[in-house]
Design a protein around this ligand. Structure first.
Ligand SMILES: [Fe+2]
Length: 462
């Protein structure tokens, strides 16, 4: 007798899909949107258009991508959401039902029908404006290109024909020149890319890792790109047969690949432990040492039917000694957290402040994943929390938006999306980053929920 619930937690509560694509203007605001905070917050997330083939096996990562755009202008707010029209999304729309099983949990072999790609690229993970278009990234494929204002899908984007392989969703933007730094992981290899902000590929380097592991994110300094090889092993062949895609194999030890951005040469740093790195906050160099900040979980795997399949992830720091080819690590705080972000004008060099979706303890909150956002001062260890008076819950990734002409690293605002369970709608909360625990400066109310999503970016107007 199955103990599995009828539907996955990722089809309920703050994760439940919405059916409508809307354009909303003159949104209700409690407080005041700063008059000099003008631009658009773009957020990517999953929103399955049809009931999954096996609802109990549905995973957060599986849902069809939807882009949400919240535009702020002179104190007023508007909102638009649109599905990403991937090839698999359009094939399922023509069919009128779901055709793909769960990539993460398996259970259904890949569809073998004309017009259906063998694997679904849900286009649901990250979004930004680059090369004059809105790019929506996902794991293991090229991004999709959308209209910046219309959110209409135009097709896939291949950097003007220069990138043909898969790339992941976690790019970095070099604050010195606007270059996009990104990579693809395919089987036991990684390819690193650098493209100018007009989409021209400037360089790429490929190297072997030895294992086909799941590498979701990475870190950069001004001189290096850093990849954490780990025991999450990807079995793409298994997906075709209906098996889970990602298997935790504790016999694989963690290793760190430190790649010179100048030469592509890789130095390998061996580790005597196993863990799952999730998202990287930032990294910087100090002489011949590299300091990397990221969230660390005990494992990353698949647990069909569990209410919460994720492991607690805590902020950690690694210090890599390039001369000794060794690494030390330490836990930086005891709050469970994800989606770390920083003031990205500090990407690749020393930063002080980090922002997270979090809970106040090293466990998940009672409901859903997170119930606070947190600001972490990495120099002092001080942590400040915000939970909007417990009126809202389930916050997503907090974005830091620097104030124009701001001097201090934390001179700016933090924007995050929350769930108002009583209205079953979302709010976007605007905080003064330098007064993080205070009452938010603005709460922008949507009349629809933004399903709990993944990553996004702020794009300033003009
Ligand atoms: Fe991610």
């Amino acid at each position: 007798m199955s103990q599995q619930p009828a539907t996955s937690m990722f089809l309920r509560g703050p994760f439940a899909p919405v059916g409508r694509e809307i354009d909303a203007v003159e949104l209700q605001v409690d407080g005041q949107i700063p008059r000099d905070l003008n631009g658009t917050l773009f957020r990517a997330g999953p929103n399955p258009q049809f009931e999954p083939l096996i609802p109990s096996a549905h995973h957060w990562f599986d849902g069809d991508g939807m882009v949400h755009a919240l535009t702020l202008q002179e104190g007023r707010a508007s909102y638009r959401n649109r599905w990403v029209h991937t090839a698999a999304f359009l094939a399922e729309r023509r069919r009128g039902t779901a055709a793909y099983g769960s990539f993460m949990n398996g259970g259904t072999p890949a569809p073998r029908m004309t017009g259906f790609p063998p694997l679904k690229n849900p286009g649901n993970t990250n979004v930004t404006v680059f090369d004059g278009r809105l790019l929506v990234f996902c794991e293991g494929d090229l991004p999709h290109s959308l209209g910046v204002d219309t959110l209409e899908t135009h097709g896939q984007y291949d950097f003007h024909g220069d990138v043909s392989g898969v790339i992941t969703a976690h790019f970095k933007i070099d604050p010195r020149n606007g270059d996009m730094l990104f990579f693809g992981a395919m089987g036991p290899s990684i390819t690193w890319y650098r493209a100018s902000n007009d989409g021209r590929l400037l360089e790429s380097h490929a190297f072997l890792t030895g294992v086909p592991c799941f590498i979701h994110d990475f870190a950069v300094t001004e001189g290096y790109a850093i990849f954490f090889i780990n025991p999450s092993i990807v079995d793409i062949e298994g997906v075709f047969e209906g098996r889970p895609s990602t298997i935790w194999n504790p016999e694989i030890r963690n290793r760190i690949a430190v790649m010179s951005r100048d030469t592509g040469k890789v130095q390998w740093i061996e580790q005597d432990e196993t863990f799952a790195p999730s998202h990287f906050l930032n990294a910087h160099q100090s002489g011949r040492k590299i300091i990397v900040d990221a969230n660390r979980a005990p494992t990353f795997g698949n647990r069909i039917g569990q209410r919460n399949p994720f492991e607690v992830a805590l902020p950690w720091r690694w210090e890599i000694d390039l001369d000794k080819e060794s690494v030390t690590s330490k836990q930086m705080a005891d709050f469970n957290s994800e989606f770390p972000r920083h003031n990205e004008s500090f990407t690749g060099r020393k930063h002080r402040f980090a922002y997270y979706a979090a809970t106040r303890t090293g466990r998940f909150c009672e409901n859903w994943l997170f119930d606070h956002v947190a600001k972490h001062d990495l120099d002092t260890g001080n942590v400040e929390y915000q939970n909007v008076g417990a009126e809202l819950t389930s916050p997503g990734e907090p974005l830091f938006v620097p104030r124009a002409n701001g001097k201090a690293e934390d001179d700016g605002w933090v924007l995050s999306m929350w769930w108002d369970e009583s209205r079953d709608c979302s709010e976007i909360v605007v905080q003064d980053a330098q007064d993080f625990a205070a009452r938010p400066v603005a709460r922008i109310k949507l009349n629809q929920r933004v399903p709990m999503g993944f990553h996004g970016n702020w794009v300033s107007a003009g």
